[in-house]
Design a protein around this ligand. Structure first.
Ligand code: CTP
Length: 445
């Protein structure tokens, strides 16, 4: 019996998939189809998958060509499967030509002609018209953002706004954007969504203006510096059925999601302590160091450190205390934030003028998790126990600067019919609590 195997995502099942499976089956007597998990696809840069794994499985099963269906969830699995199932032929579409030649040492590799003019990507775009995005702000993060947005299907960066027209024009030219302007009305004219990456203290007004103009908003962290402002903005978004999302990129990374999943599965018991450190020595001429009102370590980096704390210990803390070492102009060079909960503690450490080990340690009643620097771009972490010989290691990739995952979620959420079901990765409530903590910190400073 000749055994054939093929793999794919099979999202929004189409004729190209059908033809491929039919011809794959004709290559032998028994066909195994491997279907990728969403996490695996994300880690290799295929974002925006629309159908659930179950639906994709059902669609493949309904063709009647598959004798067996398996799930592909990690790199290297193809080699394992081919040996495990005694495969004679590995096959995929011709868009992959050459990419799987390395499997020739295990079985025959056949590239089948791809069906022309149809793909899941095209269908995703046809389903939801491409979101036209405008950017407010042209700084470092804005530069990275454009490249990352280009890796996500369903969204295109169209306009840029900066009150300093020269900066806007320079940015618009660099990325060949449609409109580069210092006029907000003109900026809003032909876009659906806005990415706010302006100086922190201007976020509130720009987000509000954008929402009132009927635009979905992805705003860089920290969203705002007052809890009431966060509540007001989310209220406007809800009333106008718009998406408002805070861009704490860590929250959307596949690796961080995996970490959350492992903790929530109870691997280390009840969580009693979370320590999250993020420091970056910053040159003295940067805004973080010179802006006496809103610069400093806490406003710059605490969003990252507070994220795992709020996600794991919750929003109902009992006490919070900030201890800072300050520069002459009053900004905090280093801040330790201690948070007390009924059943646990947390410590966030952030520095722009003090360097420390940037790690995340989550301590539980049955063990602990260690994610080393840069845990905010989560790639790997370890689960450790009392018995130090027992260590479980987890690793997940992310691509580019890691911003594409939040952009992809933003696109998905805009496409949702019921926009009140905003994502679980970073909820409105999470962003509101973080804004409240920012407010307490600034009031104390
Ligand atoms: N395939 C094909 N003809 C098409 C589209 C896909 O033969 N028009 C094949 C692919 O080469 C692969 C299998 O179908 O062997 C599953 O492809 P998948 O990546 O799931 O589908 P695509 O439509 O290529 O998806 P995307 O646009 O997201 O890349």
């Amino acid at each position: 019996m000749k055994k054939v195997i093929t793999y794919g995502t099979f999202d929004l099942f189409h004729q190209g998939h059908y033809n491929l499976l039919k011809r794959a089956k004709e290559l032998g007597d028994y066909l195994i189809v491997g279907i990728t998990t969403e996490q695996y696809d994300e880690s290799r840069g295929k974002l925006n998958i629309q159908d659930s794994l179950l639906k994709r499985l059902d669609n493949v099963r309904e063709t009647g060509f598959a004798d067996d269906i398996i799930v592909e969830d990690h790199e290297g699995q193809k080699v394992e499967d081919i040996q495990k199932y005694n495969i004679d032929i590995f096959t995929v579409g011709s868009d992959w030509r050459g990419k799987f030649d390395y499997l020739n040492s295990y079985c025959d590799v056949v590239y089948l002609e791809r069906t022309k003019d149809i793909s899941s990507s095209d269908r995703r775009i046809a389903r939801n018209p491409i979101i036209q995005l405008g950017m407010i702000g042209t700084g470092r993060i804005a530069h990275r953002f454009v490249g990352e947005a280009r890796a996500v299907s369903g969204i295109t960066v169209r306009n840029v706004y900066n009150p300093h027209i020269d900066s806007a024009v320079r940015f618009g030219d660099e990325f060949s954007l449609n409109t580069a302007t210092d006029d907000l009305e003109r900026f809003f004219d032909d876009i659906d969504a806005v990415y706010v990456a302006s100086p922190h203290e201007t976020h509130y007004q720009y987000v509000k203006d954008s929402l009132l103009a009927g635009k979905h908003v992805l705003c860089e962290k920290p969203l705002v510096f007052r809890q009431s402002e966060a509540e007001e903005l989310f209220g406007i978004a809800r009333d106008k059925k718009l998406i408002l999302m805070e861009g704490i990129k860590t929250a959307y990374l596949p690796g961080f999601q995996k970490l959350m999943g492992v903790v929530k599965s109870g691997a280390i018991g009840e969580i009693r302590d979370v320590e999250a450190c993020f420091t970056r020595l910053t040159p003295s001429d940067r805004r973080e160091m010179t802006d006496a009102a809103y610069g400093g370590a806490f406003t710059e980096f605490a969003s990252y450190s507070l994220l795992p704390i709020i996600k794991l210990l919750g929003r109902d803390y009992k006490e919070i205390r900030f201890d800072s070492i300050k520069a002459e102009n009053g900004i905090d060079l280093y801040t330790k934030t201690s948070i007390i909960y009924d059943h646990g503690f947390a410590l966030a450490k952030n520095g722009v003028g003090v360097k420390s080990e940037g790690q995340l340690v989550i301590a539980g009643t049955g063990g602990y998790i260690l994610a080393e620097s840069p845990w905010w771009l989560t790639k790997s972490f370890e689960v450790r126990y009392e018995d130090s010989s027992k260590v479980e290691k987890f690793a997940t990739k992310y691509l580019g600067y890691g911003l594409r995952y939040e952009i992809s979620d933003f696109v998905t959420m805009i496409g949702l019919e019921d926009k009140s079901k905003i994502g679980y990765k970073l909820t409105r409530g999470d962003s509101i609590v973080i804004a409240g903590i920012m407010e307490k910190f600034l009031a104390k400073r």
